[in-house]
Design a protein around this ligand. Structure first.
Ligand SMILES: Cc1cc2nc3c(=O)[nH]c(=O)nc-3n(C[C@H](O)[C@H](O)[C@H](O)COP(=O)(O)O)c2cc1C
Length: 290
C-alpha cells in the first residue's frame, strides 16, 4: 500500500527527509498563472483541527515546470502533480504539459472559485489531453459523493483522492470576528476523519478504482480504518505540520495494527469494513418480500 503526503501539507524541497519516508510525493496544487493566495490570516488552529485559507498560492505552471519539478525529481521519488484551475481548459492544458508523473486533479479546493464545469467534464477534458494516470480529488461536501465518483470514473479517471478539506469558520474569542482573513477556510485534521471514512466507504461501494484515502490521519490505526473502508493508499496531511517523522511512524504503526489482526498486508485488509453490510444486504435479498 502506498503512503503519500496530502497536497499542500509538505514542501519536499524544505523537508526532504520527511518526503523520503513516503512512497511518492504529491505537489502543492499548481495553477496556470502564479497565485499569491488569499490575504492573511490564512491558518487558524481549532480544538480538533486546523482551518486554512491559503488559496492555492503557487508559482504558476511555467515556473513550476522549469524550476520546481526538476528539483523535485532529484528526490528520486515517484511524483504526483496536483493540478488546479478555473476552467476545464486550464486543467487540460497543464495535463498536456506533464510527463512521467501521476496527475491529481484538485476538483475540490474550498478556498478559491470553482471551475464552472462539473467535475466529470474537467476529467473528460484532461483524459483527452494526457495518457498519464489521472486521480480525481473530490470534496467531502458533495451530497452524494458516490454519484460524483461514478461520473468521474465514466469520464476516464484512473483513481480517486478522498477527501479535500471541508468549509469551516472560527471566530475570535474577544471580537467575535472571523479569525481568517477570508472568514471561511478549509477544515482539516482529526475532525475530518469520520467524514473522510464515510466518503471512502461510499465510493468503494460504487467503484473498484484505486482510492487514496486522507483526512485526519495521524496514527496507524487511522490509516487502517481508511484501508478497511476501501482505500488502496493513504495520504498524510495536517499531521505533517506537527510531526516530521509522521510517515515513518504511521507506516510502522500500520504494520503493527495489521500484524495484530492477522493480516499479511494492507491489501488483505482493503475493504474489510464492508463485510457486515454485504452480509445484511445478501440476507435482505434472500428474505421473502413483505
Ligand atoms: C495548509 C493546507 C494546504 C492545502 N493545500 C492543498 C492544495 O494545494 N491542494 C489540495 O488538493 N489540497 C490541499 N489541502 C488539503 C489536503 O491535501 C487534504 O486533502 C486535507 O487537508 C485533509 O487531510 P488532513 O486532514 O490529513 O490534513 C491543503 C490542506 C492544508 C491543511
Amino acid at each position: 500500500m502506498l503512503l503519500l503526503n496530502a497536497s499542500g501539507c509538505l514542501d519536499a524541497l524544505i523537508a526532504p527527509d520527511t518526503a523520503r519516508q513516503l512512497d511518492g510525493f504529491v505537489t502543492k496544487t499548481v495553477t496556470p498563472l502564479p497565485r499569491e493566495g488569499n490575504p492573511p490570516v490564512r491558518i487558524a488552529e481549532t480544538e480538533v483541527g486546523m482551518l486554512n485559507s491559503i488559496g492555492l498560492a503557487n508559482p504558476g505552471r511555467d515556473r513550476f515546470l522549469a524550476e520546481t519539478l526538476p528539483r523535485l525529481r532529484e528526490l528520486g521519488l515517484p511524483l504526483w502533480v496536483s493540478v488546479g484551475g478555473f476552467s476545464a481548459q486550464d486543467y487540460a492544458e497543464t495535463c498536456a504539459l506533464l510527463e512521467d508523473v501521476t496527475v491529481e486533479l484538485n476538483l475540490s479546493c474550498p478556498n478559491v472559485d470553482e471551475a464552472p464545469e462539473p467535475a466529470a467534464e474537467i476529467v473528460a477534458a484532461c483524459r483527452e489531453a494526457t495518457e498519464l494516470p489521472l486521480y480525481a480529488k473530490l470534496s467531502p461536501a458533495a451530497w452524494d459523493i458516490g454519484e460524483v465518483a461514478r461520473a468521474v470514473e465514466a469520464a476516464g479517471a484512473d483513481g480517486l483522492s478522498l477527501v479535500n478539506t471541508i468549509r469551516g469558520l472560527a471566530l475570535d474569542a474577544r471580537t467575535l470576528q472571523p479569525v481568517l482573513g477570508c472568514a471561511v477556510g478549509g477544515y482539516s485534521g482529526p475532525a475530518l476523519r469520520p467524514i473522510a471514512l464515510a466518503a471512502v466507504f461510499a465510493c468503494r461501494r460504487v467503484t473498484d478504482l484505486p482510492i487514496v484515502g486522507m483526512g485526519g490521519v495521524s496514527t496507524g490505526r487511522d490509516a487502517l480504518d481508511l484501508v478497511a473502508a476501501g482505500a488502496t493508499a493513504v495520504a498524510l496531511g495536517t499531521v505533517c505540520f506537527s510531526d516530521p517523522d509522521a510517515p515513518a511512524r504511521v507506516r510502522a504503526e500500520l504494520a503493527a495494527e495489521l500484524r495484530d489482526r492477522g493480516y499479511a498486508s494492507a491489501d488483505d485488509a482493503c475493504g474489510v469494513g464492508h463485510a457486515s453490510q454485504v452480509e445484511l444486504e445478501s440476507s435482505a435479498a434472500k428474505s421473502p418480500a413483505k
